[in-house]
Design a protein around this ligand. Structure first.
Ligand SMILES: NC(=O)c1ccc[n+]([C@@H]2O[C@H](COP(=O)([O-])OP(=O)(O)OC[C@H]3O[C@@H](n4cnc5c(N)ncnc54)[C@H](OP(=O)(O)O)[C@@H]3O)[C@@H](O)[C@H]2O)c1
Length: 310
């Protein structure tokens, strides 16, 4: 698996991350370990988790994904070869949705403990919080960096202006700002006014901001929960538009030409989108993940990229 630079940090990270949202809850221990092993065997080292994963699954309270990753790293003795990302800011248990400094600092301690590591490589703000001034949450991130508890900072579910505001607040103090943004992004384009609730889509404006300011873009939910290839998963309403049928046909044609699944085409298309969007690969079985990893063995031609863009 190739590596790409994280923002302008000079740190090189895998061109495809592994989403671990349901590890230790919906996806059992053995399957989660097998998926992690398959991802690593393909050269991957970038793991994505969050403090609250997956508190919304009945019978669980959050923190299970981090704990599972911690156990797996301990068993494999491979912590030093991995780049581990976690997040703070969304509510779970008795933790409110907030980016107050004391919440960020205490949640980071909890995540470090659950992951059983000394430093989180990339720590994200999971969502913007209008109730906390950017100076406050950027200071919390600066403090975490200074004390060696995190190495880099990222934002998720932000608008472009929020990202600009936060990074300016950091710059004013001489602190390093966010090096990347993680947004909802897939091959199909949503309607302009589509509502995603707490989630934020990757917009052309954010893409432009990141390209000018040299921030990396990480894409979550790239496969729309499997909707590109499964009859049991409906295409989300927000992605159903006049052009949808046409775009899906193009995807199918290109997948046929390359002899891979439509899921693999979505992922390789993202990685080939300049300057290289980093998709988060996810699956509930080893065979799904292996199918999606086919994206690493194909390259889209100029003609195919044009077809997919039409
Ligand atoms: N920052 C944020 O706010 C945010 C939000 C959401 C997710 N994330 C991150 O992004 C990661 C990925 O998100 P996601 O799970 O929503 O991604 P996704 O790519 O939209 O969906 C993954 C799901 O699609 C199905 N699938 C995947 N490959 C398949 C295949 N080859 N054939 C058939 N079905 C397939 C599986 O569903 P089944 O489980 O039904 O088999 C799998 O669990 C998460 O793990 C998390 O780390 C971040």
């Amino acid at each position: 698996m190739q590596k790409v630079e994280l923002g302008n940090t000079r740190e090189r990270i895998s061109c495809m991350g592994l989403g671990t949202m349901y590890f230790g809850t919906k996806t059992d221990e053995q399957t989660s370990h097998a998926i992690l092993d398959v991802y690593v065997s393909h050269g991957g080292s970038f793991l994505d988790t969050a403090n609250k994963y997956a508190s919304w699954i009945p019978g669980f309270k959050g923190g299970e994904s981090e704990q599972l990753i911690g156990r797996w790293m301990k068993q494999r003795g491979n912590r030093q070869t991995l780049f581990v990302a976690s997040k703070v800011g969304f509510p779970y248990g008795n933790i409110p949705r907030s980016l107050k400094k004391e919440i960020i600092l205490s949640e980071c301690e909890k995540s470090l403990k659950r992951l059983d590591i000394e430093t989180i490589d990339l720590y994200y703000v999971h969502a913007y919080d209008a109730g906390t001034p950017p100076e406050e949450f950027m200071e919390a991130f600066y403090q975490l960096k200074k004390s060696g508890k995190i190495r880099f900072a990222g934002a998720s579910n932000f608008h472009a202006w929020q990202l600009g505001e936060a990074n300016q607040a950091a710059k004013n103090q001489g602190w390093e700002g966010f090096s990347c943004i993680q947004q909802f992004h897939t091959y199909l384009q949503p309607a302009l006014w589509a509502d995603f609730g707490n989630q934020q889509i990757l917009t052309p404006e954010i893409q432009e901001f990141c390209s000018v300011r040299k921030l990396s873009i990480v894409a979550y939910s790239p496969l729309l929960a499997g909707a590109y290839t499964r009859n049991d998963i409906p295409l989300p309403e927000q992605f159903r538009g006049q052009n949808t049928g046409h775009k899906l046909e193009k995807l199918k044609t290109v997948a046929g030409e390359l002899g891979v699944s439509a899921n693999a085409v979505v992922l390789v298309w993202m990685m080939q989108t300049p300057p290289g969007i980093i998709p988060l690969l996810a699956g509930s079985t080893v065979s799904q993940v292996e199918e999606n990893l086919q994206s690493l063995s194909v390259t889209l031609s100029k003609k195919q990229l044009e077809q997919l863009a039409s």
